[in-house]
Design a protein around this ligand. Sequence first.
Ligand code: NOJ
Ligand code: CA
Length: 531
Amino acid sequence: MREQDELHWWQRDAIYQIYPRSFSDSNGDGIGDLRGIVDRLDYLAGADSSLGVGAIWISPFYPSPMADFGYDVVDYTDVDPIFGTLDDFDLLVREAHARGLRVIVDWVPNHSSDEHPWFRESRSSRHNPRRDWYVWRDPARGGGPPNNWRSAFEAVGPAWTFDGATGQYYLNSFTPQQPDLNWENPDVEAAMHEVLRFWLRRGVDGFRIDVVHKLAKDPELRDNQPGLRHDEDWQPTIHDRLRGIRRVVDEFEDRMLVGEVYLRDLRRVVEYINTGDQLDLAHNFVFLFLPWDAQAMRASVEDFEQLAEAAAWPAWFLANHDHPRVASRFADGTPGSGERRARLAAMLICTLRGTPFIYQGEELGLPDAEVPPEAVVDVDGRDPERAPIPWERPSDAGPGAGFSTGAPWLPLPTGAERLAVGAQLGDPGSTLQLVRRILDLRRSEPALQGGSQRRVDSATQVFCFTRESEDGHFVVALNFAGERVRLDPRGAVVRRARVELSTYLTRAPGEEVELGALVIEADEGLILRAM
Ligand code: NOJ
Ligand code: CA
């Protein structure tokens, strides 16, 4: 176990994900931008009322035709005019760093836009020197796509697009506007490494690597078989490629890599972090997909702890820009349950041993937006969770809710009037205030950062564990049931404790409880200090 002062910056505090289109619009065009982020930095760190996160991860802001809202990059080393300029980016890094906030950018190495100059050249002729920068193949014998690989987007279908001009198919693991780069080609690898150096020199503290498991595929492009995929996580190549990326990042001091390792098998996920010379963190999608169930969550956390090497560090998240929000996904139909569960989820990911990732708006308990058919813009149904952040009550700030003075590019989430940042800052019992206090406690208590974690057997609906270091000893008890439950702890656990925080924020701070007699409210989470 690392001592507290030896923890890396990316282990200590929460990391906040910004989806820039929907965060804050500085110029009234209805789309969030980099200046908008700068304007809101005090909300995140450095001021008295800040949320208190340690870093931001910003989803792509590079020049893009926006077929996949920025995950289709036309120029890896610039800023799309809709988001601002490189000067704005430099300002953002300076202002973030001045507040002690680290900056992580999204790197999209698996595919570019089909309008990227590399792809334009590549598709121009079979003999173009850049032909081999992408994955081109002849049609299958008898016609049709070269193999059975499918796009990750259901609506797209086969992962191959026929290019009539040169009579071959190109591979697109996402939309046809996102041709896959050919990582078998060392020139591609070198060019993408240069992209990392460009942003590292500009002062970024790390990268979130988009679909990192797709950077190595079967070079023979054989068909996927049931239970055996050839289109991702190709062994051992994927790990060699990651080591190459790590070496580039290690040319600079104290930088971090978190990967979108979108694999539903923890044994494969931990391979990306266990060796210490690949990723620092891997987003855990096994955890994201769990049902709202204390036992399932506990088992998954324990699986991770068992499979991961002692030095490997978990990353916990339950929401991002690709998945329905917690308050919508886990609501059980009773009034307020979505918000109560968003609060419980926040307490869970911020108290487990590991780094919490908070998707913008989760700290507000936002639900998904209702997006009428005529307003749908995403190919894969992800508009609802990408709704703009309501900063002010619409009744005060107009229909843009302080996100924009213009018409927002997507409808605002339902309940903006009550859930807006401005409304929640003024309410000591709000979800925002709760998340602030959880993060505050985490920052001031070494046990909640680097402390050891042990399970406490208890009522089946409750996920209960301890966090302990020489500086403190906490019991976290999270009730996943929509009804009151007696904790009923078993085995060696402290008998008495003091309430530090309840997700309800109604219990008197410092209230003493007898763990054996403790009754937890429906969907309530508690952080207790052992006595
Ligand atoms: C994962 C990103 O999070 C998602 O938004 C995107 O569509 C795909 N990768 C393709 O880049
Ligand atoms: Ca704007």
